[in-house]
Design a protein around this ligand. Structure first.
Ligand code: THU
Length: 195
């Protein structure tokens, strides 16, 4: 198989697997110009005002906002809170915990998810809300999770076999995606190693 055919086969395979999952938050489209492949990645993100969200969504966001108060961020002064809703309806929260050796710190999302998975391993994570507080206010723009947290959320989706709905709170709008795949195109998963 030449390089061009191989790339095309890979993309076709991925496209089929998105269709199989029936949660196509990200679609890849291929256009061919001469010897060039152009890949267009489309993410579906819905944007809501806080008041437009359902009561359940507002509850999860409020828990994430509350969790920012438990953040330990003496170095960055950037307080992040995360709230995960599990399959039994339970809400588990976490916040960023910093250390003088910076890489030894942990983000809010991973604190919440690892705690949820360690404490309630049989319960899947359905939804995750994230909020951030800095310079005396919650962020105006939706808080984007860091790359490492996106990868961990992907691992949680893989572990429980279904997508995690994510709410990124911002005072001027909340972004909602149906899966972390909308925030992390071209994912590396356990399956990648078997391809
Ligand atoms: N932080 C999070 O908790 N979550 C993210 O997704 C982005 C960053 C934390 C890590 C660090 O304590 C502070 O925010 C500044 O980077």
């Amino acid at each position: 198989m030449n390089k061009k055919t191989y790339i095309c086969a890979l993309l076709t395979k991925r496209k089929q697997s998105y269709e199989r999952e029936r949660a196509p938050s990200v679609l890849a489209k291929v256009a061919i110009t001469g010897n060039m492949y152009k890949v267009k990645i489309i993410s579906k993100v819905r944007i809501y005002d806080y008041e437009e969200l359902s009561e359940a969504d507002r509850e999860l966001i409020d828990k994430a906002k509350e969790a920012t108060q438990t953040s330990y961020a003496p170095f960055s002064k950037f307080c992040v809170g995360a709230a995960a809703r599990l399959s039994d309806g339970r809400i588990v929260t976490g916040s960023n915990q910093e250390n003088a050796a910076f890489p030894s710190s942990l983000c809010a999302e991973r604190t919440a998810l690892f705690y949820a998975n360690a404490r309630y391993p049989e319960k899947s994570v359905e939804e995750l809300a994230i909020a951030a507080y800095a310079h005396g206010a919650f962020l105006k723009a939706p808080i984007p999770p860091c790359g490492a947290c996106r990868q961990v959320i992907l691992g949680v989706e893989e572990r429980y076999g279904h997508p995690v709905r994510i709410l990124l709170f911002g005072e001027e709008g909340t972004y909602v995606v149906d899966s972390v795949k909308a925030l992390l195109p071209l994912q590396f998963t356990g399956e990648t190693m078997n391809e």
